[in-house]
Design a protein around this ligand. Structure first.
Ligand SMILES: Nc1nc2c(ncn2[C@@H]2O[C@H](COP(=O)(O)OP(=O)(O)OP(=O)(O)O)[C@@H](O)[C@H]2O)c(=O)[nH]1
Ligand SMILES: [Mg+2]
Length: 315
């Protein structure tokens, strides 16, 4: 299955409400009746598109000049086109550092999917022929480095002939995460890696003691590479929908986020929160979306495929 099909198929849970509303109503009346309008409103809200976006999308859908008799396909196509315009601001190209390794710092609350994302991205970059250093900078949990080591091994197994993956971890228990990040960048420079991925410990944004660790990680890697970390991504649990939005502001305050990764969308009924996200002033780009726990279950965000998935359409 191609990546865009994985996005559309993976959004099935979030698209359920729309699919049901459309099917039931259009079987009775082949047009956008007030009942269908209300059912779509409920479905978009249930998918966590948010009140402001939902209340803009539906009048636009009504004004779009829908054909009569209205078919399921035509309605979903129009809805997908509208949703895509709302999601488009989130789709921005990923820029690689021109000189030396590109350093990616992954941050987020506990269990959002940081380590899984670090592993999957390492695999993708290595499969594309890049040298990748993965830093196990989560020094809070003893098992964290082991978990990342398993991913690093899997990633190394799927590397192309030019690609490679190396893990840098703490040399002793309770070591400083900034020290691990520093050694990772040092190794990347020495071995001419193209990417460094720094996995960090989960932390709640209201724990200022833990949050202070991230700026420290940034400061030490900047001693080796002044522009690093080039990317500072917040990993969001897609199952939580709009409830994750306050985290964006909190982490941004600490480390100046450059983008987002949204995980667990395969298990989420609230993937529509990206529509709400896209309507915020100056939204951060969503660089990757995750749809499962296998190596190839992550890929770039695509607004059109995402919109089609939310509308219950295939790629
Ligand atoms: N279904 C699904 N599960 C995922 C996805 N990404 C991560 N998970 C699962 O979510 C759980 C947490 O993932 P981790 O990668 O360990 O999360 P973390 O942010 O590193 O967690 P901490 O280090 O404890 O803060 C694991 O059971 C993963 O398998 C995804 O895209 N889809
Ligand atoms: Mg982790």
């Amino acid at each position: 299955m191609g990546w865009l099909s994985k996005i559309t198929a993976g959004l099935k849970r979030s698209a359920q409400g729309v699919a049901q509303a459309v099917k039931v109503s259009l079987n009775l009346h082949a047009k956008l009746t007030p009942e269908l309008y209300d059912a779509l409103e409920a479905a978009l809200l249930a998918a966590d598109c948010g009140v402001p976006s939902t209340h803009r999308i539906l009048p636009e859908l009504e004004a779009a000049g829908l054909p009569e008799p209205l078919t399921e396909q035509a309605l979903k196509d129009h809805l997908a086109t509208l949703l895509a315009t709302y999601l488009k601001p989130l789709q921005q190209p990923l820029v690689w550092s021109g000189t030396g390794p590109t350093v990616i710092l992954l941050a987020g609350v506990n269990g959002s999917g940081k380590t899984t994302t670090a592993g999957k991205l390492a695999a993708q970059y290595a499969a594309a022929g890049k040298g990748v250093v993965v830093a196990a900078a989560d020094t809070f949990r003893a098992a964290a480095a082991e978990q990342l080591a398993v991913w690093a091994t899997r990633a190394a197994d799927t590397a192309s002939s030019k690609g490679w993956v190396r893990l840098v971890q703490a040399s002793s228990n309770g070591a400083d995460s900034a020290g691990v990040a520093y050694r990772a960048v040092e190794q990347a420079l020495a071995q001419q890696a193209e990417v460094v991925i720094i996995d960090t410990a989960g932390r709640l944004p209201n724990r200022s003691d833990l949050l202070a660790e991230l700026p420290k990680v940034m400061r030490v890697v900047q001693k080796l590479l002044p522009a690093a970390p080039h990317h500072r991504w917040l990993v969001l649990d897609g199952m939580l929908g709009q409830a994750t939005l306050p985290q964006v502001a909190e982490f941004d305050k600490q480390i100046g986020l450059t983008g987002l990764v949204v995980t667990k969308l395969d298990s989420s009924g609230k993937a529509g929160f990206l529509v709400a996200l896209g309507q915020q002033p100056n939204p951060l780009p969503v660089h990757y979306v995750g749809f499962g726990e296998s190596l190839d279950d992550i890929g770039p965000f695509d607004a059109t495929a995402f919109a089609r998935g939310l509308a219950g359409l295939p790629e």
